[in-house]
Design a protein around this ligand. Structure first.
Ligand SMILES: [Zn+2]
Ligand SMILES: [Zn+2]
Length: 319
């Protein structure tokens, strides 16, 4: 299984600005001073080996959309944030306009998680099938409303693909697209649902837009059980711990620190920080990642190391 990230930003898409690009260029040029980088090959090797991630890359700006590539014929996605636009164009370019089936598991219907659908080209093309799974009663209504006048020019009824809304119940096991799937209700405004996917002995948890009260021991135990032994936990780490327990308590999101604690208790293998705060520049997200790794190290005790990564648009995790 390969996990592929098409959108990793929380709440609203963001773009790199001209000052951002200039800051990266200036850092790279200063670091390259005195080096004889007179061919693209030498320059590329320098960029790969010697520049910080925040200088040579960007975490990216699209909102939540994650693909689980099982190697099967159907596509599997979590959420349809603005990253779904880029994913849809990739599908058209690589597999052509029709004949595809998409299984989409929705955490919830907040705008940042559905806003890519009006720009998801395969949904307009006859011969494609889109099955949208979710536990919210308002699932279909939310999608229809965002494609309706006066907010959007093309009505939902004019989308040419076969689009089905499939209700699922939390805490029940389903077999869909060669994956075993279970949903879990999470603490968030209007509720959100996390998903645990398993296939061929590997498991991935997608848990975004979820606030945790570690003081609630039953709730904590239920998440530890949900994350138990997962190969990857994709986790809402929008806030730092200080944010999460002060001004932004009850805003429905979690922190990097809570992610480490839950994954350590669950003996998960990898924590992948996700749903990045839109005000954070690349340097701030990289700093959060470094701090999270340090926190994992000093709290590890005699447990196995927990790998900590931060998702970026275009990142792949092979399992
Ligand atoms: Zn969100
Ligand atoms: Zn939300």
């Amino acid at each position: 299984m390969v996990v592929r990230f098409w959108g990793t930003r929380g709440s609203i898409p963001v773009a790199l600005t001209a000052p951002d690009v200039k800051r990266k260029l200036v850092s790279a040029l200063v670091k390259a001073a005195g080096r004889n980088l007179d061919t693209p090959e030498k320059a590329r090797a320098f960029v790969d080996a010697e520049l910080d991630f925040a200088v040579s890359h960007t975490f990216g700006g699209n909102s939540s959309c994650v693909e689980l590539d099982t190697g099967g014929p159907d596509y599997v996605l979590c959420d349809l944030g603005s990253g779904a636009r880029v994913f849809g164009n990739h599908v058209l370019a690589s597999r052509g306009p029709s004949g595809q089936t998409f299984h989409v598991f929705m955490s919830h219907v907040h705008w940042d998680h559905i806003m890519g659908f009006p720009f998801f080209m395969p949904a307009y093309l006859p011969g494609n099938r889109v099955r949208i799974y979710g536990a919210h009663a308002v699932l279909e209504e939310a999608f229809r409303r965002q494609n309706a006048a006066p907010s959007f020019p093309v009505d939902f009824s004019r989308m040419g693909a076969t689009i089905e809304f499939v209700p699922i119940e939390p805490e029940r096991e389903y077999d869909i697209a060669s994956l075993r799937v279970r949903a879990k209700r999470q603490r968030h405004s209007g509720d959100s649902y996390g998903y645990r996917f398993s296939s061929a002995g590997k498991s991935v948890v997608y848990s975004t837009d979820s606030e945790h009260a570690l003081t609630d021991l039953d709730e904590t135990a239920s998440f530890v059980e949900f994350f138990r032994g997962a190969d990857v936990v994709i986790f809402d780490a929008m806030y730092s711990l200080a944010d999460a327990i002060s001004v932004k308590a009850d805003w429905g999101h979690s922190s990097n620190i809570v992610g480490v604690e839950l994954c350590q208790m669950a003996e998960a293998r990898q924590l992948c920080l996700f749903h990045h705060e839109p005000v954070h520049a690349d340097e701030a997200i990289e700093r959060l990642l470094t701090e999270t790794r340090r926190f994992e190290e000093i709290t590890r005790g005699d447990r196995k190391p927990l790998l900590v990564t931060a998702a970026y648009d275009g990142m792949e995790i092979g399992l």
